[in-house]
Design a protein around this ligand. Structure first.
Ligand SMILES: [Fe+2]
Length: 210
């Protein structure tokens, strides 16, 4: 029987979490390219958001352990966190998150302005399709819902469509980095072919130009 496997897939984790009441008085704002972001770049350190931080950190662990199947002695730890407001008529420019392993967003509202992820692999053929799926899509859109939380690789480019709803679109973004020991095997740091011929550190050193 024929089948199609989306090998080497890009992970997009989604779940729903409880959100605290939206309190704009906690933040000060600066202009981003086409929307506003909080001056505060570690909002999840605020005592008012401590419960939210716990919920996000818990879901990061679910993603890491249950879905990415991490068995190592390392956890994804929250780094920067900030709030975004996209007013009616504004959008959020196309971007990615540097100096981060996985990034995430949680939404403070139901909203029609979708987050759009962009396939990093250039589509050689742009053909009409009757159905969109993981293997034939150039973009992937997700509509914000109150408490919807997404986690994705930080290199994955994304943007927000122009807000035409008449209401503010509010979200909280965050970055992460693994802390701890990723592997107990000291030869794996340079090994990207462990399922075939393991490339040992000593092999690599032997091939280095003298
Ligand atoms: Fe982003």
């Amino acid at each position: 029987m024929a089948s199609l496997q989306p090998i080497f897939a890009t992970p997009l984790f989604s779940t729903r979490i409880a959100m605290p009441d939206w309190d704009p008085s906690l933040y000060t704002w600066k202009q981003n390219q086409h929307n506003s972001i909080s001056h505060e770049q570690n909002v999840l350190d605020m005592p008012e958001l401590s419960r939210l931080r716990e919920r996000i950190q818990f879901q990061l662990r679910v993603f890491w352990r249950d879905f990415m199947c991490a068995s190592c002695d390392a956890e994804l730890k929250l780094q920067q966190s900030w709030v975004n407001i996209t007013e009616n008529g504004a959008h959020h420019h196309r971007h990615w998150h540097t100096n981060s392993m996985y990034s995430g967003v949680v939404f403070w509202c139901d909203h029609s302005a979708r987050i759009t992820f962009i396939n990093p692999r250039y589509p050689q053929l742009d053909f009409d399709t009757h159905t969109s799926h993981e293997s034939n899509s150039a973009i992937w859109r997700v509509e914000p819902k109150l408490g919807l939380m997404l986690i994705f690789p930080s290199w994955l480019e994304h943007q927000v469509e122009t807000n035409r709803s008449g209401g503010e679109r509010i979200s909280l973004s965050f970055n992460t980095w693994p802390e701890g020991q990723l592997t107990t095997d000291p030869t794996r740091y340079l090994d990207c072919s462990s399922r075939t011929e393991p490339q040992k550190l000593t092999d690599w050193l032997d091939r280095k130009p003298k």
